[in-house]
Design a protein around this ligand. Sequence first.
Ligand code: TYM
Length: 336
Amino acid sequence: MNIANMKRVVSGIQPTGNLHLGNYLGAIRRWVKLQDEAECLIFLADLHAITDYIDPKELRANVNGMAAALIACGIDPEKAVLFNHARVPAHPEMAWILSCTARVGWLNRMTQFKEKSGKNREGASVGLYAYPVLQAADVLLYQATHVPVGEDQKQHVELMRDIAVKFNTDYEVDLFTLPEPHIGAQGARIMSLRDGNAKMSKSDPSDMSRINLSDDSDTIAQKIRKAKTDPEPLPETADALKDRPEALNLVTIYAALTDRTPDSVTQEYAGKGFGQFKPALADLLVETIAPIRAKLSDFEADPAALDAILVDGARKASELAAPTLEGAYRAVGLPR
Ligand code: TYM
């Protein structure tokens, strides 16, 4: 990916639960790098967080908690515009306009809705179903060129492009920029520590399935010690791990943390068992996460400062969003 072509980068995260290693390696770590290369808007998708009932007090606390966590990970509000959805009404406004362009058949194909609604499709909220349209608004409002996300969000970014093309074509305008998904070479899909075929996720009921960025060093070491693996030693190449998903996941995490390829990791550990590999991985994780955790507690102590950062970010985001929102109203023929 040629970073020089990145003009504007937009991405978001739901403020539900803790940040975990999948969020960090799949998305946040890359946002931190990109904020020095391109104009970045990073937001807490709090309107997304209410698609499933969440205790209002918990949500309120999570918005600030997640903002603190992003700053602790290295997002600098002086470099990136950091805000929350709910403070920028242009997002739901644009989402309504785009929901009249998006087709039901397109939303029916969204795998994340199928996964999240499961067998209870009829009982899922309309918001959960329509959410990918809000996500399209989140990005199209800012003329974003790139959307850095983990692999699981790729389909949503493709949907944004389809919506943008149809809107531009239907209304004969050149309003929306087509955003590209920006998916990292390493860490785009971190799996559960208990099941190498399920993605690491905030919603997994077992806390042992994920490494949270708030976990202390002993907890991290214990989770890695107990991570599911197999008795075989590591092979020469990562390819040979394709039928050993849990082993492959640990190698992938190691590679992502050290910015190496999985093959170079297997070469180093070839012939060695997990008794040797796991402590090395745990040390690496502790080295990465301990400084984030330390910063996290500093920021959490000052909710007023966090609010001020988010209010300021929302003001900047609203200014950047206004021309495209106006353009969309004009294109569909609605006077304002
Ligand atoms: P969310 O909150 O589920 O996840 C935030 C980011 O973390 C990535 N991620 C992972 N990457 C690798 N391995 C994993 N196990 C893993 N789990 C999560 C996600 O891919 C994502 O990049 N709908 C989005 C939030 C959103 C958004 C947007 C993103 C709202 N509007 C506009 C981009 C652009 C979501 O629920 O992400």
